[in-house]
Design a binder for this molecule. Structure first.
Ligand SMILES: NC(=O)c1ccc[n+]([C@@H]2O[C@H](COP(=O)([O-])OP(=O)(O)OC[C@H]3O[C@@H](n4cnc5c(N)ncnc54)[C@H](OP(=O)(O)O)[C@@H]3O)[C@@H](O)[C@H]2O)c1
Length: 356
């Protein structure tokens, strides 16, 4: 394996003699058979990936945003041009997650994927609880440590998990979910009192993504804060670690814990993908992508609601006051997340979490 050319906005000594003046220079170079994209964002990353695939070059990326947004287009281009596309680092950083989904699908039908898929938010919630610290304080610490971006929105609003959940569900179930359908509620409004409410009842607050394929073929997919009891291993995941898991017809539940981000863990999976392409050229983890809407109506859960505007809560939720907050009867994920997102317009401090 040889790094022939590097397109970079900044050039350092290590890159000397190997810099490309433009993306075209890489695309037009017949000695290059594989392009690695790690610039992030959707544009021009998509245009570069598209061009590389059209020039019959394999592509490896760590960029979950572009894969989630352009899933069908990228896979179709790889298929049409007979080249490989791999993005193991895009979900779970260093964890061999997508590649094991690919392996498991050869033997099992997978019925569920999900877990703690974002190290930054897990770090924040874990620190809030263990050090009795407030959200803003811990977010700042995460930024100082380089775990959170200057603009932390993609992490704390759950967008990062939504993209990873979508790629995981698409790969595991051989489907293509519309990204906008994956309902998402983050932890921007989580406060220490929410963590403590749970702790008093033996529950730990986490932000997680869940997707399940039902027997009738419908697929649920959502990202939400959730209070978990000790019996669920997700509740014990510390600091900036991830735990991702799938359920298969024969293998049962398989869990993977590891560093979900960081320059070296992420680079590790980029290089693993390159070696996979050298050893066993294939297109993607799966080429199946049946269009599938998200169906969250049948996932029923009790919910925690903290709002200063009690009148916003619909009677159908059968919410009861419980130590300064409200706990509902079982309400569908679809109904609760639609309501919560809309209600933020009237109460911008509202916080909800599934219980259980
Ligand atoms: N870091 C992680 O822990 C991690 C984990 C999993 C996946 N990923 C994914 O990996 C990708 C890179 O993440 P990162 O953390 O390394 O981001 P980053 O630190 O922002 O690095 C991206 C680099 O790409 C450069 N770049 C941006 N646009 C460019 C363009 N048009 N042409 C040439 N270079 C360009 C940037 O230059 P400037 O700085 O000058 O803008 C920057 O040096 C993202 O898609 C991210 O989601 C990262």
């Amino acid at each position: 394996m040889e790094v022939v050319k590097i397109l970079s906005l900044v050039v350092d000594d290590e890159m000397a003699g190997r810099t490309a003046a433009s993306a075209e220079e890489i695309m037009e170079d017949p000695s290059i058979d594989t392009v690695v994209e790690v610039m992030g964002g959707i544009h021009p990353a998509f245009e570069y990936i598209k061009s590389a695939l059209e020039h019959k070059k394999n592509v490896v990326t760590a960029n979950k945003a572009v894969v989630a947004a352009c899933y069908d287009d990228i896979l179709a281009l790889a298929e049409q041009n007979g080249v490989s596309f791999r993005c193991t680092a895009a979900v779970g950083g260093s964890i061999p997650w997508l590649v094991n989904i690919e392996r498991a699908c050869r033997v099992n039908e997978l019925t569920a994927v999900g877990g703690i898929m974002n190290g930054t938010t897990n770090f924040i919630l874990h620190k809030m609880l263990t050090e009795k610290a407030e959200f803003d304080e811990v977010l700042k610490e995460a930024q100082d440590l380089g775990y959170a971006e200057k603009d932390p929105s993609a992490d704390i609003d759950g967008d990062d998990i939504r993209r990873k959940l979508l790629i995981s569900a698409n790969t595991a179930f051989g489907i293509s979910l519309p990204e906008d359908d994956v309902q998402t509620f983050g932890i921007r409004n989580a406060r220490l009192k929410d963590c403590e409410w749970g702790a008093d009842q033996g529950l730990t607050l986490k932000l997680a993504g869940f997707s399940e394929k039902k027997e009738d073929g419908s697929v649920s997919a959502y990202v939400a804060p959730v209070f978990l009891g000790k019996e669920d291993v997700l509740s014990a995941i510390p600091a900036n670690y991830n735990l991702v898991r799938y359920t298969g017809t024969y293998c049962g539940i398989q869990s993977f814990i590891g560093e979900g981000a960081g320059r070296f863990p992420t680079a590790h999976n980029v290089v693993e993908d390159l070696i996979d392409i050298l050893e066993t050229p294939e297109t993607f983890y799966t080429m199946k992508r049946t269009a599938c809407p998200v169906s969250n109506e049948s996932v029923l859960l009790p919910w925690y609601i903290r709002t200063a505007e009690e009148s916003l809560i619909p009677e159908s939720f059968k919410a009861e006051a419980c130590r300064g907050v409200f706990v509902t009867a079982r309400v569908s994920v679809k109904e609760m997340l639609d309501w919560a997102v809309k209600s933020l317009e009237k109460d911008n401090k509202l916080f909800i979490a599934a219980i259980g």
